[in-house]
Unconditional design. Structure first.
Length: 460
């Protein structure tokens, strides 16, 4: 008795990269089409997957009795990819192949299952059009389709998993953050005994980790050199005579002169001083790279890298703004706060390790930037990016964002002198404002179908 042939299926992959239990069985005699058109066998939601063409791709059996399958792109706008490579003609499919409609569009995994004979008629009807639907099977039923003893057929990729993971190492296994962490640890070991170098390396690593968290929440690709350049531009402004011009305007011309120590007996006055001298001034400094990128997107229509560099939507503004805040936080912490506290402890000569106190200040300041400088700058960046989508009201939008971010900044600085519990509440509020802006920016994004942001799914 000949063994029953395996049935080919397409298993959907969630945006988080997890293969679903839901699958689409394929007919051994008819090809199936994928696209946004309602006539397709597998229909993708046109509101969610705008990068998918109406008739995007087709998967067909090879009618020579070999049981093989191939995939054909139907002239789609964004192409069809198999294992990360764009196909140019008919491409043969192998079990485990990952199919993507567009480079970052919806994904499916091609698999072969031993489905019982009683399901054959249902299988044929589902593809020929009697009814189109996906079939959900409970986990215990799916387990019946797997080989009884996987150890009977051990492959090279099972013995050496690294040979078959390919690009998944960088896309799903966080290989790049792992490399950065290992290198940072090595350099930190080398810097032991040199407090300045150790603090700089630790601050850079913590700031990168905090920014990476925001980058993953945003879910839009932006070139690393643009983000690093944004932070460097802000750092250069802080270390150059340009800073003196801002100080003159906001702390001498405007009522932003904050005495040292601040006058905590008059909270309304202190809040006003913080609003002009810290909020308005520092948020404008951090917004300079965002405004430059916004100008490229708005007026540089003939520039070759306009779409890459420009702030063309809120997500762009958030990414560039928070990168600028990283540069600001590093300079402010390493050049101002840590040296001041170290010098103060050394002056007191109380036997306390001044470098340890400086390190204790550095860690919470850098990690707290997610609810501090990064939150304010990212929030303002949202409004700058929003103005690119609604240019007829661009200045009103930018001014509202500028004032909102400056108020949050001033509240944080002022409550630091009042009560630590109130300070924590303002920090939570600032983080909530940033994440709310990110979620809204993802919803407004013209490229939301390609968004890779991590999504948390609750399984009943």
């Amino acid at each position: 008795m000949n063994p029953r042939p395996l049935t080919a299926i397409l298993r959907e992959v969630s945006p988080g990269g997890i293969a679903s239990l839901e699958f689409h069985p394929l007919s051994p005699t008819n090809g199936i089409s994928l696209g946004r058109d309602p006539s397709c066998n597998i229909v993708l939601d046109s509101r969610t997957y705008k990068g998918v063409s109406r008739q995007h791709a087709k998967i067909c059996p090879v009618l020579d009795g070999s049981g093989q399958w191939c995939i054909l792109d139907l002239g789609s706008s964004n192409g069809t990819y198999v294992n990360g490579q764009r196909i140019k003609a008919n491409e043969r499919l192998f079990e485990g192949d990952r199919i993507s409609l567009g480079k970052r569009g919806p994904q499916f995994i091609f698999e072969l299952l031993d489905i019982p004979p009683q399901d054959d008629n249902l299988l044929s009807a589902s593809i020929t059009g009697t009814h189109r639907q996906s079939y959900y099977q409970p986990q215990q039923q799916l387990d019946e389709f797997l080989p009884a003893d996987p150890s009977d057929d051990v492959t090279l990729s099972q013995l050496f998993p690294i040979l078959s993971t390919g690009r998944d190492l960088t896309r799903k296994a966080y290989l790049v953050p792992g490399i950065v962490t290992v290198l940072s640890v090595v350099f930190l070991f080398l810097a032991v005994g040199n407090p300045a170098a150790f603090n700089s390396l630790l601050a850079a690593y913590l700031a990168t980790a905090a920014y990476y968290f925001v980058y993953q929440l945003c879910g839009k690709h932006k070139p690393w050199w643009l983000l690093v350049g944004s932070g460097l531009m802000t750092a250069v402004v802080l270390l150059s005579p340009i800073l003196n011009g801002f100080i003159i305007v906001f702390r001498e011309v405007l009522p932003g002169n904050i005495p040292d120590p601040p006058n905590t007996s008059n909270i309304p006055l202190l809040l006003a001083q913080m609003f002009f001298g810290a909020g308005l001034m520092e948020e404008l400094i951090k917004a300079l790279p965002v405004l430059c990128a916004w100008a490229v997107g708005r007026y540089g229509r003939s520039l070759p890298y306009r779409n890459v560099v420009g702030v063309n939507e809120p997500l762009d503004g958030i990414l560039v703004g928070t990168a600028s805040a990283v540069g600001f936080t590093l300079i402010e912490t390493l050049k101002v706060y840590v040296p001041n506290v170290v010098d103060g402890v050394m002056f007191q000569a109380s036997g306390i390790d001044s470098q340890l106190v400086g390190l204790q200040l550095l860690i919470p300041r850098i990690l707290g930037s997610v609810a501090g400088h990064m939150a304010y700058s990212g929030y303002l960046g949202y409004f700058i990016g929003l103005s690119a989508l609604i240019p007829q009201k661009q200045w009103r939008i930018i001014i509202i964002g500028y004032l909102s971010a400056s108020i949050l900044h001033a509240l944080w600085n002022t409550t630091g002198f009042i009560n630590p519990i109130i300070l924590a509440l303002i920090g939570v509020l600032s983080y909530a404002f940033l994440t709310a802006a990110i979620l809204k920016a993802r919803a407004l994004s013209p490229t939301r179908a390609e968004n890779f942001a991590t999504r948390f799914t609750r399984i009943p």
